[in-house]
Design a protein around this ligand. Structure first.
Ligand SMILES: N[C@@H](CCC(=O)N[C@@H](CS)C(=O)NCC(=O)O)C(=O)O
Length: 205
């Protein structure tokens, strides 16, 4: 598997996911600061000129949550996705889609200090509604979003929360901080943080 990666970007979520899965992968560093995402070679992988992307078994997959979903299904031994037919598959998919379709646009609208109208057309409702919904779900996570079982939904929602809190686009509510601390106990996330630090050093020299 080839993993197109840049430190300090959304590709960190996929790096964590890959470490949870435990399958071998090769990193191809795409230095965003140097504009490598706009090279013709990389645009042939992702015409959006964005990381992350993976190439696996002849398939190219882009979009962070889609890649994580793909990896969970491609490597079922890791046990990171409820099977089709399991009632938990419903909330599992909901949380995978919720991050890019509700949390991300709400964060960006709020950070940019703009208010799009009409509100009925903004699929995320509002920043406050998204934060309240997340606070309710994360506050009930025991210890994970789907209960006892850690899944890819925790990778996608957890990474989005960690990213948002570090950039101050998501408030450090006690529920969010406690959940992030629980996730940080996972060896795979600790490995991701260490790998990321090495690559960040390489890029900054
Ligand atoms: N919707 C994409 C967003 C990917 C994205 O925006 N990646 C940023 C880094 S976090 C990027 O590659 N930016 C470089 C650019 O736009 O030039 C996903 O979820 O993967």
């Amino acid at each position: 598997m080839k993993f197109y990666y840049s430190p300090g970007s959304r590709s960190s979520t996929v790096l964590w996911m890959l470490e949870e899965v435990g399958a071998p992968y090769d990193i191809e560093l795409i230095n965003l600061k140097a504009g490598a995402q706009r090279s013709p070679e990389y645009l042939a992988i992702n015409p959006m000129g964005k990381v992350p992307a993976i190439a696996h078994n002849g398939a190219v997959v882009t979009e962070t949550a889609a890649i994580c979903c793909y990896l969970a299904d491609a490597f079922p031994h890791a046990g990171l996705a409820p099977a089709i037919g399991d009632p938990l598959r419903g909330p599992y998919l909901k949380w995978l889609f919720y991050a890019p379709s509700c949390i991300e646009p709400a964060m960006i609208e709020n950070a940019a200090n703009i208010e799009l109208t009409p509100r009925g057309m903004t699929g995320w409702g509002s920043y406050d509604r998204v934060m309240a919904t997340l606070r309710g779900a994360v506050g009930k996570a025991s210890p994970y979003l789907l209960g006892e079982r850690f899944t890819t939904a925790d990778v996608v929602i957890g990474a989005t929360l960690r990213f948002g809190m570090s950039f101050k686009t998501i408030p450090e509510l006690p529920e969010f901080v406690a959940y992030a601390e629980r996730l940080e106990e996972r060896p795979a996330l600790q490995r991701q943080i260490a790998i990321e630090a090495d690559y960040a050093r390489q890029i900054t020299g």
